[in-house]
Write a protein that binds this ligand. Sequence first.
Ligand SMILES: NC(=O)c1ccc[n+]([C@@H]2O[C@H](COP(=O)([O-])OP(=O)(O)OC[C@H]3O[C@@H](n4cnc5c(N)ncnc54)[C@H](O)[C@@H]3O)[C@@H](O)[C@H]2O)c1
Ligand SMILES: [Zn+2]
Length: 360
Amino acid sequence: MKEIKVNIPGNNYSIFIGKSIYQHLPGIISEFNQNRQAAVISTPPVSGLYLKKVTGVFDRRWKLIHFDVADGEQSKSLETAQKIYTWLIENRFERDSVILALGGGVIGDLAGFVAATYLRGVNLVHLPTSLLAQVDSSIGGKVGVNHALGKNMIGAFYQPKCVVSDISVLSTLAKDEYICGLGEVVKYGIISNKMLFEKIENNFKRLLNFDAELLEEIVLTCAEIKADIVSKDEKESGIRAILNFGHTFGHALETYFQHNDLKHGQAVLLGMKCATFAASKMNLIDPEKVNRISNLIDKFEINLPANSRPLNAERLFKIMQTDKKVKKGKINLILPVAVGRVIIKSVENEKLIAASFNII
Ligand SMILES: NC(=O)c1ccc[n+]([C@@H]2O[C@H](COP(=O)([O-])OP(=O)(O)OC[C@H]3O[C@@H](n4cnc5c(N)ncnc54)[C@H](O)[C@@H]3O)[C@@H](O)[C@H]2O)c1
Ligand SMILES: [Zn+2]
């Protein structure tokens, strides 16, 4: 089991990564929890597979309770949070107790939000089970729920006491969910780690076929990168923004295709291709590097829905301007200048941005 430290002032914590590591949970949790009371929040596809693996490692002295929410993004809501609060109060869940968020990013964000707000904050441990959650959403303390008028509109920065990422559970992920996680993995390679990018390039088939050894190395590297970035900029006032590489274009694509036909990670992969094209049009990156990035993204063979071509670049650009990260009409793009390095640049050339959608 490997340990990565996240150094957030006043809230240092560790990320543990390895295969079949839930057995270490009681020991890890006992470091900060005295009353041996824990609530597992999960969702049926995950709890059906892994709840016993988690609860089975605690001895009889522990009081464990468990709550499942319906699977999917619609559970990331105040309504669901409200149900969990009621259940916690009914179960006399106390301030020193610990919430274990067992699931993908939806469960992590929702259970994290509940942990941040119930009794003004109780202990939180993330047990991320999707690749996206292990490399991205469980690290950095962003928790929250959606509002009918917008995604992630209600939330907080709330750091967990620790994150325990068990690589073994990734084997049951649906293929498209796995690809979504890989989209974020490619992102880390392009924004900050050429060696990671090369590892993905050189081992693409092994990675796609779920090679646990390789995956463990990759999850570790990605977690290190994200931990490092959020340690430098917890509240996203500076460098943390580079984590949005591919996301401004990607979010527009997600909205354009109404989220159903194109999943987040797939949209981010395509969004990174658009951003790379924009960078090349601004002469910020060599053509050879542009090809390298595009070729790797093409290997994922993301198919856009039938009859969707030609894309309406103008409409996509309009959607992009409504992104909550676009401030006062200025589009701040994260643009690659090399494999492993990006810059943040305010771009006003609307035509160039819109044209970048045509590359996909
Ligand atoms: N907090 C952050 O910093 C942050 C960052 C990125 C994304 N997010 C949020 O994360 C969410 C997306 O997360 P996600 O992609 O993990 O989606 P998700 O939580 O919906 O999980 C995807 C699917 O895989 C299933 N699943 C999860 N682990 C499994 C396993 N081991 N075996 C079988 N099935 C499994 C889930 O039940 C679900 O059906 C979004 O709500 C997004 O806003 C948050
Ligand atoms: Zn993302």
